[in-house]
Design a protein around this ligand. Sequence first.
Ligand code: C2E
Ligand code: MG
Ligand code: MG
Ligand code: MG
Length: 274
Amino acid sequence: HAKASGRGGVVLFESQMLVEREQRRSLEIDLKAAVRNGDFQLFYQPLIDAQTRKITCFEALLRWDHPSRGMISPEIFIPLAEEMGLIMPLGDWVLRQACTQAATWPEHMRIAVNLSPLQFRNPSLMTTIMNALATSGLAPNRLELEITESALLSTEERNTEILNSLRQLGVRISMDDFGTGYSSLGYLKHFRFDKIKIDKCFIQSIQEDDCNAAIVQAIVELSAGIGMSTTAEGVETAEELDFVTKQGCTEIQGYFFSRPLTSKDAQTFIDAQT
Ligand code: C2E
Ligand code: MG
Ligand code: MG
Ligand code: MG
């Protein structure tokens, strides 16, 4: 049986690979053009104070507005931009755009920007951030940089230097997707973050999964003990909200309060609260 279908299977597999390679090539060509033309848009998702239920911050989330394919997810094109050496110009644009937008909001609201590990290690990062702050007039303490555990894999010394330089600029640093990467509790000791974002995989299915609940509880206690605040990501239901609030999470982010919004809709969301 295996033999009979084998040939056909192989042929199908090869043609599929060809199609995939073609699709990828055309996506690469399009991405290059998109960076040149600026076919990107930032969406903004609110983070809400667990106690007061007020907006504390918005996270900037990048979208590629593709001329024929529509909105493309960052999960697809960020890795591509990293491989193609396009993440620096793209990341620069995100930082400038995000700071400019945030400067129009009430002063107690911050903006969170995701940094690729490649941006984090790039020597031009400090200049980019200083320029984004200077041209927008945004106070440095209103900018939060979200980095993932994978950004901290290289030599510890260098990472500490980068984090210290960032701190000297007066910006805040968050550990994103905490618990999904190469988490080592040692990170928390060596690099003092302002905030830990608990990955949504631990929040969702909290109801059915005692293990997730125990993990969230432990992260919140640990963070509080070393003076870091916590954000629960991916809160979608009233039950999840209730649980993470009771656990003492500082902030909530998720579809329960809002999906990522256009700048216009973010302003409407702000106006509804103020
Ligand atoms: P992230 O930084 O962990 O962002 C949170 C992701 O969770 C966002 O996906 C957001 O839309 C989604 N999310 C928020 N609330 C909920 C919820 O209640 N349920 C569910 N199912 N999902 C929720 P998005 O916008 O697709 O972004 C995916 C990832 O792409 C981000 O994960 C981040 O790692 C990366 N990314 C986005 N924008 C940028 C950027 O400007 N630069 C870089 N380097 N990476 C970015
Ligand atoms: Mg993030
Ligand atoms: Mg995250
Ligand atoms: Mg994520």
